[in-house]
Design a protein around this ligand. Sequence first.
Ligand SMILES: Cc1ncc(COP(=O)(O)O)c(C=O)c1O
Length: 445
Amino acid sequence: MASYPKIVVTPPGPKARELVKKDESLISPSYVRFYPLAVDSGKGCIVKDVDGNEYIDFNSGLVCLNVGHNHPKVVAAVKNQCDRFLHYSNTDFFYKEVVDLAEKLSAIAPGNFEKKVFFGNSGAEAIEAAIKLAKWHSRKQLFIGFISAFHGRTMGALSFTASKPTQRRYFFPLMPGVTHVPYPYCYRCPFKLEYPDCHYWCVDFIDEYVLQKYVPPEDVAAMVFEPIQGEGGYVVPPPEFFQRLKKLADKYGILLVDDEVQAGMGRTGKWFAVEHWDVEPDIICSAKALASGLPLGATITKAKVMDWSGGSHASTFGGNPLSCVAANAVIDIIKEERLLENANKMGTYILKRLAEFKEESEIVGDVRGKGLMIGMELVEDKESKKPASQKANEIMTRSWKRGVAVITCGASTIRIAPPLIITRELVDSALDILFDCAKEVEKEA
Ligand SMILES: Cc1ncc(COP(=O)(O)O)c(C=O)c1O
């Protein structure tokens, strides 16, 4: 059996450097690249660069490849669809592929009630649809969002995104009516409290200091949240958080919009991460891994919530047939290959190894996660908990140079999000490299 990773030339090699140079002269400088990985091809959990280096993909192509690169069943479904038809706008006509997918998504999404689905092309579009639908259905204008959230960069989604000033700078005014509240980041509690002695003050705060003081609850359409904050740092809320949030939402008749763009499609060992809290949201947004890297966004709602009228919302390419057949294959593969089980099994193993490593390291402040959505937060020292952003970046870059394509999130968290098909051998190989790099960086400080 081949062993990975395989580094044949120190990355970035000559071909990668050439491509990056050309890219820089032609492509929008608004993108932030983690490091110069120039992709040639991918298979399973391995991504190969243009110079022949093969990396263990510990970020799944920005958390999009839950069933791995180029899964043969996804590729076959797309090829077959290419021979039939590439496009016939579902906004104005009909085809089976999109209905089949809506049926499958309705079956796996939490809640034993009838559902309806709107299809767009991206995570941000899934959020846009959720915002517009919440307004349309409720006839209300206000929203609650969370600090450090990431929901995308179109103007509506951006009104909720709040993880870095650079995402919003010079783009005001955004959509009015969004009030941000602290997210339950227990390792760095915004209220400086400790779980469980805090008694979920983060939820009571929304009621007592926001809804009862200056955001009239009867005017609030929805609360929009990530079940685990992704870009914000792989932050996992405490056990009862979403039940309590739901209780608060129910008290005032506010809808819950659950952004599962990064955490969904099996990533956390359940189809949708919010299931870990046993909560059934009114609206769920999915994208990223939904179609294994092909553009697709889905906004899945209680059927009675999706009551808007013809012409109120649509998108020419939304639910395009190639993406839909890929997504249908993704759902089948996750079931057939028991990938939820593997995500749980490998996730538990990774968390165990991370917890052991945390004990021997002075710069690993926290490890947390569910399934294969795992964060390792780096600090300057465990007492001050000062985020060690530079160290996190250095560990990421060194790991990549040694063959592990891992990326950061939040201020100083390494995110570990391999495809759900990852094996124990690849996990061990990648973690050994990651830990070696972390030890080197710690020693050099
Ligand atoms: C939780 C979450 N929501 C929304 C988005 C936006 O998705 P897209 O980049 O497809 O618009 C992202 C992207 O990272 C995300 O992580």
